[in-house]
Design a protein around this ligand. Structure first.
Ligand code: FAD
Length: 391
């Protein structure tokens, strides 16, 4: 069954129309030619695929579908399936893309004024300017909603930013970093676009990661960084506005996690039909088939949830809690799936060259970023009970 081989057992791709399917095939070709051959090498070196920026721009898939930047309108479903496919080839590449296209551009689209969108989004759509998103801090991760320690202080016509940010994807080379800070005047959360080279701003690479090594994460220091009022995102007045951005990107991580599981499944299935033990392909053993079926079930359930999420997004009805549940569910099922895939390969499962180890390692970051499993569970629990268990 070709659907079962590809990890699309219930034919989710059939929901795309012909034009959308053509976009997907173009992206598949790009991923096969430009991303897959270098993914292991970049992962080992700990380097981001920045050199691909001009080629990614040509694909016409950057930014949220609603951007007024000349990008052809895309459905939430196509966006999701594209994200899933990117991750099925390389979760680091999908993250590199998603930080720029979703978190950074999404912040400007959702929280920027019309003028700010026009100022930054077109160049970002063309990847002439690469974006990052700085919310997490060394001492504040899950608790960013009420606990940001990076401060913004009004000073004459502009603002002064002080603090540190940790884990900032693309932060070492980004031209623009959306920095979230607490206004000392009233404790409200505000967003600022900090442009590269500003005095007092520095970024260093976080070394020693064992997951998503093909995307660089930065430790940022903001030491009296001055930004103009025009660089303050005009629609970001509280963490609720930040949460609007995260709702969209969390949904994106649900798709990515599903893709990570698909990538591991494809490699494990391919291996199982080739590898022989006891004179037979290991795929002929019932216990191995059970693992493949469990993986396929996980992937299919995650895809079904993501497709429904795309429909709710299109209808303007997706809630924070629905995005949180999708992120929690899909990353949990991914984690089981990549572990089973690793197991099917035996010892070869921990070698990069056999195509599963990278997904296995990368799954850990997907599981915890954009809200840990616990935090997304609690956001869902709040919707189920009306009681917040974490504030
Ligand atoms: P902590 O908040 O310290 O949590 C530690 C543990 O405590 C977790 O298990 C958590 O679930 C649990 N916990 C915390 N609070 C509660 C509670 N109330 N109830 C129950 N359990 C709780 N951030 C950005 O801003 N920009 C980026 O580009 C970015 N990219 C990232 C890329 C990678 C590879 C990684 C790993 C992280 C990235 N992050 C980024 C940060 C990410 O969003 C945080 O790691 C995440 O929010 C968790 O925060 P933390 O790591 O500080 O963990």
């Amino acid at each position: 069954d070709p659907g079962a081989v590809a990890g699309d057992f219930f034919h989710v791709e059939d929901l795309l129309d012909d034009a959308e399917n053509a976009v997907l095939q173009r992206i598949r070709t790009f991923l096969a030619e430009e991303v897959a051959p270098h993914a292991d090498e970049l992962w080992e070196k700990g380097e981001s695929p920045v050199h691909l920026a001009p080629r990614i721009a040509e694909l016409g898939i950057t930014g949220l579908p609603e951007d007024e930047t000349g990008t052809a309108a895309r459905s939430a479903l196509l966006n999701g399936i594209v994200g899933m496919e990117m991750s099925a080839v390389d979760p680091s590449f999908a993250t590199f893309f998603g930080v720029h296209s979703g978190l950074s551009m999404g912040s400007i689209r959702v929280c920027g004024s019309q003028e700010q969108r026009r100022r930054w989004l077109p160049a970002m759509t063309r990847w002439e300017k690469v974006g990052a998103f700085g919310l997490t801090e060394p001492l504040v991760g899950s608790g960013t909603a009420g606990g940001l320690t990076t401060t913004a202080r009004r000073d004459g016509e502009g603002w002064v930013l002080d603090g540190e940010k940790k884990w900032i994807g693309n932060g070492t080379f980004a031209d623009l970093v959306v920095v979230w800070a607490r206004d000392v005047a009233d404790d409200s959360v505000k967003g600022f676009v900090v442009e590269k080279g500003q005095a007092g701003f520095s970024a260093s690479v976080l070394e020693g990661k064992i997951s998503l090594r093909g995307v660089q994460n930065a430790h940022l220091v903001l030491d009296g960084v001055r930004v103009e009022e025009g660089n303050r995102l005009q629609g970001a007045n509280s963490f609720r506005d930040t949460a609007q951005v995260l709702k969209v990107t969390r949904g994106g991580v649900a798709w990515s996690a599903t893709g990570c599981a698909v990538g591991a499944y494809r490699a494990a299935r391919g291996y199982a039909v080739q590898r022989e033990q006891f004179g037979k392909p290991i795929a002929s053993f019932q216990l191995v088939q059970d693992k493949l079926s469990t993986m396929l079930g996980n992937i299919t359930a995650a895809q079904a949830m993501c497709v429904r999420m795309a429909q709710l997004t299109e209808a303007g009805r997706l809630t924070d809690a629905q995005a949180a549940l999708a992120k929690m569910f899909c990353t949990s099922r991914m984690r089981e799936t990549v572990a089973l895939a690793r197991e099917v390969l035996g010892g070869n499962g921990i070698l990069l060259e056999h195509g599963v180890a990278r997904f296995f390692a990368d799954a850990e970051a997907l599981y915890s970023y954009e809200g840990t499993r616990d935090m997304n569970s609690l956001i869902t629990g709040r919707a189920a009970t009306g009681i917040s268990a974490f504030v």
